[in-house]
Design a protein around this ligand. Sequence first.
Ligand code: B12
Ligand code: SF4
Length: 554
Amino acid sequence: MKNLLDKGTKCLIVQSKFSAFSFWNYIDVCKLVGAKYPAAPLGLMTVAALLPQQWDFKLLDENVEPLLDEHFEWADIVCTGGMLPQQQGMLSVIDKAHEYGCPTVVGGPDPTSQPHLYQTADHLVHGEGEITIPMFIEALERGDKSGEYKSPDMADMTQAVVPRFDLIRFKDYIQVGVQYSRGCPFNCEFCDIIELYGRKPRTKTPEQVIAEFQFLYELGYRGHLDFVDDNFIGNKRNVKQVLPVIYDWSKKYKNPFFFTTEASINLADDEQLLEMMRKVDFRFVFVGLETSEDEILKAAQKKQNMNKPLAETIKKIYKYGIIVNAGFIIGFDEESDQSAELMIKAINEPGIAMAMLGLLYALPNTQLTRRLHKEGRLFVEDNDLKDCDNVIDQATSGLNFLTTRPRIDILNDFNRVLENVYAPKNYFKRIVYTGLHLKPSNLYKPNFVKVLKTSVSFMKVCAKLGFNRTTGWLYWKMILTVLFKNPKALEASINLSAMFIHFYKQSRFVIELTKQKIDYIKSYGEEKYNKDMLEPRFRLSEMEEASKLVNSIR
Ligand code: B12
Ligand code: SF4
């Protein structure tokens, strides 16, 4: 029997597939630019860096290449991990590895929040790998064949390792992730980040960030780096220390990277910080806006978003060359029949082209879930988002509780917003607005080969959108308007247009699915539906129905 701690142990690490119908999986756009998938598997590259470095690794991302029998034949040990929508994928990797007699290790967000579902794995590693992977290695040293490893502690980010970026092929991805911090200081009721990663943001040191950049640079990577932080500006003091260091490094290496991230909307209150971000070429920020209604924000404890006129606030961020992508949620208790209209306005008026619309979901281990449970409104404990085979993202699941407004009204509102904001006319109008207000710094300059590739992609986008009966006029009008009035923003505007190819398709899928859900609830009877969803014994048949629905439109 092989001692797994020996040099040369073959470790297969598998990233399972995500659904192509997720808001985030713009595969069609990837194809246009010659990539296979949007984002590289940062979590698993980090895991590889934490495992024994005398091992041989193969990181296989099922989103970019098929997982074959030969991979299992090769492996001495198989690791997998990921998020909720990857659950079925992870479980089948575990089963398949066992068929080949390989021990398995599982970890990551979903196995951490639902460990009971992963009991087939030999080693179940909870939480942050920086703390629990050493516990797993100790178990191997003891000769343990299985175990579960958890700790109440949170990782010290100043000790975090440089991820094994060398294990992926950069050309497969549009962007590579890096992480500066974990945690967020705010207290939104529905958020599980603060429960999992704490309200005291933990950051890496500037030296650690630069070490990761340097490694990527030496590996030949250039272009898009995504800071996958929960809230990049969660610790403003520290972020203001790291940005000047990034600026100096970027200048020295002639701006090999440009950046995107996720941050809270109070970013707009700090023009010094915005200027620092502009100076290193931040191009997109994802902001959880959720709603424009202050009463809802107050109830959801998202007070940092209150009293902010959205159009003005977002325009301020555009002034620093940063496009705002935003998340919106439908399904809060305080909503009224005006809410859909207000949300449409909140998306269209500030020109938020990429608006991610989701249904409120009570995630396990959140204040919202605890409240709903207390109020007797939470659908059975093992609810749909967790168990349904077809979980894609918050657009296709959610509302796992008894709603205050009729469920059908909420779902109709959801579709109404989607229909409106992803109507070609409105989407392109938003791009024009962004294009006219954006003041990009465009410091990252692609090399000749990339310029050629980008030109080919541009032609493909023109062919897809410019010579299409629905979008043709809108596309060329947008190009001419931005070209003549604010040419520096043209590249960003074309990128946003390309994203429409995905969003249109994805929104149609979600609208269709939601219509089927509505029909189903209507025929079942809403009152009966709610009653049964609160009853564990009815869960299974409900979930089978939900699965059938999704499968029927795939
Ligand atoms: C960046 C990010 C994304 C990116 C993904 C980029 C990418 N390629 O991964 C995008 C924007 C695409 C995304 C989308 C979604 N995301 Co997301 N995302 C994140 C975020 C902010 C950071 C993830 C990350 O890279 N972290 C850095 C790495 C180093 O950490 P890590 O992956 O967790 O890995 C560590 C540990 O988990 C562990 N570990 C991980 N895997 C394994 C495996 C083994 C074997 C072991 C031993 C250990 C281990 O060790 C690692 C080191 O500590 C997290 C929040 C968070 N703080 O983690 C949410 C998070 C992972 N996302 C989440 C969700 C739900 C989604 C969506 C389904 C819905 C959504 N929120 O939009 C979609 C679906 C994705 C899709 N493609 O269909 C949830 C997952 C909840 C759950 N229980 O599964 C999280 C936790 C946030 C949240 N609460 O909403 N996401
Ligand atoms: S701002 Fe975002 S990450 Fe922070 S608590 Fe609210 S939802 Fe969670």
